[in-house]
Design a protein around this ligand. Structure first.
Ligand SMILES: Nc1ncnc2c1ncn2[C@@H]1O[C@H](COP(=O)(O)OP(=O)(O)OP(=O)(O)O)[C@@H](O)[C@H]1O
Length: 315
């Protein structure tokens, strides 16, 4: 995209205000990349994605998706991309999952044997066998999201766009979906572009991150680079069997102690060490009864990027 822009006119009583959701944005994604598109609420993520998918017409600039003009070439583009909007469904609510897949395969004119093979592959990989005959409206959120992702991938698109794919999922469902996406990408070379508020998605799935702030690009680089830039630390909290002085652990920073050191908070950079290593070092000093690990919050990372002064994308 080059100088891609989208304005909205928002009516507030008699007044009409112009909101620039995407403001002269310029970036590109190379085939095979996995890109996390992150930003605060209202930063412009969904608007960008809708323009990439041809759902929304830009008010300025240019955009090509898989080399096609998304709005004008929407039908041809539909054969080349898959889109999942976590909040919206592309499945038929009252029909069994299997029938939704059948309809989508017909829409994409998939030959019968290809449809069968691909459906079987996706059903196996996403473990959907037990609910293929269930109407979509009766599925749990985790089951439905797996079905949504399968529906978007049925025609083997080269680009998969995911808007908040793991929102509302429990830890296990998130993990399963991420593992599937990693495998799909490895086996088929699918390009991934996803928006998320979940740092785990970014960490496990993306090799590049774009941060958007008020419709402009505030960061473009790797997760390691992002950690270095804003210090996206994790915090290990340990409960110890005995009161203990403040711990000094290689690769970690002591943040706080509670109850005479019975509980201690240690920050570490996941780019340079692991929770297991930090824990092993703690265990050399004291007996650990319990532990929790706090993920860096994406909102926090984004806030720090914004504070650092947007407008200078870099690694
Ligand atoms: N159809 C619309 N009409 C008017 N304003 C809109 C419309 N769609 C989006 N906006 C505005 O554009 C801005 C960007 O919205 P967008 O949905 O792209 O943000 P987002 O980054 O996806 O946010 P979230 O994380 O909350 O989904 C917001 O100020 C929003 O209110």
């Amino acid at each position: 995209m080059r100088d891609l822009t989208r304005d909205f006119r928002v009516r507030n009583g008699p007044k009409v205000r112009r909101v620039t959701a995407v403001d002269h944005m310029t970036w590109s994604v190379t085939r095979g990349e996995a890109v996390g598109y992150i930003g605060a609420n209202g930063a412009g993520k969904s608007t960008t994605i809708k323009m990439l998918a041809g759902i929304l017409v830009p008010t300025g600039g240019e955009v090509l998706t898989c080399g096609l003009r998304p709005v004008q070439d929407r039908r041809r583009l539909a054969r080349r991309i898959g889109v999942v909007f976590g909040q919206r469904s592309q499945l038929w609510w009252d029909l069994p999952v299997r029938e939704s897949f059948g309809i989508l395969a017909a829409i994409h004119s998939l030959p019968r044997d290809e449809e069968r093979a691909r459906t079987a592959e996706l059903v196996g990989m996403l473990d959907m066998g037990s609910y293929l005959a269930t109407p979509v409206r009766q599925l749990s959120l985790g089951q439905r999201m797996r079905a949504e992702v399968a529906a978007a991938l049925l025609h083997r698109p080269e680009l998969l766009i995911l808007d908040e794919p793991t929102i509302g999922l429990d830890v296990l469902s998130k993990q399963r979906l991420r593992e599937f996406l990693i495998r799909e990408r490895r086996e088929h070379g699918t390009t991934l572009l996803l928006t998320t508020h979940d740092m785990g998605d970014v960490e496990r799935l993306c090799d590049r991150i774009l941060v958007v702030d008020h419709g402009t690009l505030a960061y473009d680089g790797t997760l390691d680079g992002l950690s270095r830039t804003v210090g996206a630390e994790r915090v290990l909290v340990v409960d110890l069997a005995e009161p203990c002085p403040d711990l000094t652990v290689p690769g970690a920073r002591h943040l706080a102690s509670e109850g005479d050191g019975l509980r201690q908070h240690l920050a570490f950079d996941p780019g340079t060490t692991t929770a297991a290593r930090v824990l092993a070092s703690v265990a050399e000093h004291a007996e650990v009864l319990d532990l929790t690990i706090a993920e860096p919050d994406i909102e926090d990372v984004v806030r720090r990027i914004y504070e650092r002064g947007a407008g200078s994308p870099g690694n």
